[in-house]
Design a protein around this ligand. Structure first.
Ligand SMILES: Cc1cc2nc3c(=O)[nH]c(=O)nc-3n(C[C@H](O)[C@H](O)[C@H](O)COP(=O)(O)OP(=O)(O)OC[C@H]3O[C@@H](n4cnc5c(N)ncnc54)[C@H](O)[C@@H]3O)c2cc1C
Length: 283
């Protein structure tokens, strides 16, 4: 398939990209790694008049570890596979399950989050980490809590003319353990259900629990009833099963030709339970 014709600009700064985007937000598309957008153009599911390549904008690149952890929107899955293992090992765990080395070398976390595919992996991770997403637009910058960023299928809280610039994450409390698990779609490898879990145990009691879920519903969400239930309890089999049940009950699941809503609900339950069990066993 051949895309419809479009103009192409390789932006050299974020302000240039925002300025160009502002001229015609509906007729313009940003391209980062292109691994989602280019197939979309080839299938003519999108036909923008202008493509702004943001892939060369330095201020959107790199990982900084300071008071918080800042991940530039252009950071690739491959960089996340290698870079944050000591601080936030869940980035390694999730990146390792995204596609193949070719996709990981080009695809960016910013492109994945902005695209808001309900089956993408990173949304569950940023929700579980209570990340803040920094966006830049014609009216300046603002931060959006990850749990509020994903609004619907392929829909985010980004306003027309805004660019996702970076992801900010607080340093985890010492002793926090992480787990990312997913049931892959056998053809695409995307998550039929993906579960990101962060748990901090003090004297075997959960002092903090956070669970992000992707794949199940129209957008990634925080399993808040399960998180509240876990806090202050020991990770016994009974407690794990009940929290997994709560997460599953909360999920308003999608149904498609591969997985029914009931099957996805079942997978939320099994994957939350398996993730918590592996943390309780320290494996
Ligand atoms: C074969 C294959 C297998 C894959 N498997 C998986 C998988 O298992 N799990 C998974 O999670 N993903 C998977 N992906 C998707 C991959 O991770 C993509 O790289 C990712 O979804 C989009 O990142 P990108 O940088 O390529 O974005 P692009 O394709 O460049 O852009 C995607 C969309 O986001 C917008 N956009 C990009 N950057 C920004 C920004 N900074 N601010 C605002 N809007 C922006 C673009 O305008 C576009 O609408 C797969 C892709 C392929 C091709």
């Amino acid at each position: 398939m051949i895309p419809a014709s479009f103009d192409y600009v390789r932006a050299t700064s974020l302000s240039q990209a925002i300025g160009l985007l502002q001229n015609d937000p509906d007729g313009t598309k940003l391209v980062a790694g292109g691994h989602t957008l280019i197939p979309t153009l080839k299938l003519r599911l999108a036909s923008p008049a202008l493509l702004i390549d943001i892939g060369n904008i330095q201020e959107l690149k790199g990982i900084e570890i300071g008071d918080q952890i800042k991940i530039g929107a252009l950071t690739t899955h491959a960089e996340l596979l290698e870079s944050l293992g000591g601080v936030l090992p869940i980035f390694h765990q999730a990146a390792d399950m995204i596609a193949d080395p070719q996709v990981r070398n080009r695809g960016t976390i910013g492109g994945s989050l902005a695209n808001a595919d309900p089956a993408a992996d990173w949304p569950a991770v940023v929700v579980a980490l209570n990340a803040e997403l920094e966006v830049a637009g014609p009216n300046g910058r603002r931060r959006i809590a990850a749990k509020d960023f994903f609004v619907d299928i392929f829909t985010t809280a980004l306003e027309p003319g805004e660019v996702l610039a970076a992801i900010h994450i607080a340093h985890p409390v010492a002793g926090t353990q992480f787990r990312y698990r997913k049931i892959r779609h056998p053809a695409s490898g995307y998550a039929v259900v993906g579960v990101a879990v962060a748990v901090c145990l003090k004297d075997d009691v959960v002092s903090h629990a956070s669970i992000g879920i992707t794949g199940a519903a129209g957008h990634a969400f925080a399993a808040e009833p399960a998180m509240e239930f876990l806090t202050g309890k020991r990770l016994t089999r009974k407690i794990i099963e009940e929290s997994a049940r709560l997460a599953s009950e909360q999920a308003e699941c999608l149904s498609d030709h591969y997985a029914s809503a009931d099957y996805r609900k079942h997978l939320v339950r099994t994957e939350v339970a398996r993730a918590l069990t592996s943390l309780s066993e320290g494996t």
